[in-house]
Write a protein that binds this ligand. Structure first.
Ligand code: SF4
Length: 186
């Protein structure tokens, strides 16, 4: 493959769907995006899955509020640090950091919207867990890890586009159009 000096950063599970909370990833998810990125010759940097790192593969689905605490953010920072250093090096040597592709709806990797809710405590009737589950909703904003990544990139003088994919779609036509446009402009 030719060296294009163009790099995209993607959420971990767009390449490794095994990281997702079960039973998500029944569909092919972002497969069409990955194929397109390869076809266009992008270098792909895979972000860590912070939820796997903090909660493992047997985790329940979580909401933004459950991930928004100092130790979680500190762990995001630790895992992102070596990646941000690589990106800084690439940028300083003429590479283009073209885009971060996250997963909308995720409390950690969302770009445009995240899952929120008043979720906490035991799953039992004394804790009125059904009422708590029903507080689930989506709200505008980035997930916890994407917030951290955005700040860390800014601190290192790296500006790039953040794009959130909606995995309920399979074709991702808008993103593919953006990528094609970028290709034409190069
Ligand atoms: S935390 Fe991010 S990488 Fe991990 S499963 Fe959720 S969306 Fe995917």
């Amino acid at each position: 493959m030719k060296r294009t000096r163009r790099i995209v950063i993607i959420s971990h599970c767009l390449l490794n769907v095994n990281a997702k909370v079960e039973p998500l990833a029944k569909e092919m998810g972002g497969a069409s995006i990955i194929c397109k990125l390869i076809e266009l010759g992008y270098g792909i940097i895979q972000l860590p899955c912070i939820e796997m790192a903090m909660l493992g593969s047997k985790r329940w689905g979580v909401v933004y509020e459950q991930c928004n605490f100092p130790a979680f953010r500190e762990q995001c920072q630790k895992l992102l640090h070596p990646i941000v250093l690589q990106l800084k090096d690439y940028k300083e040597h003429g590479y283009s950091i073209e885009m971060v592709i996250g997963v909308d709806g995720s409390p950690t990797c969302g770009i445009n919207f995240v899952s929120k809710g008043n979720w906490f405590g035991e799953f039992n009737s004394e804790n009125n867990y059904k009422a708590k589950i029903n507080t689930l909703h989506t709200a505008k904003g980035k997930g916890v890890m994407m917030e951290m990544l955005e700040n860390m990139l800014k601190e290192n003088g790296i500006s790039t586009l953040f794009y959130g994919i909606d995995e309920r779609e399979t074709m991702h036509e808008e993103l593919i159009q953006i990528l094609n446009q970028k290709q034409e402009n190069n």
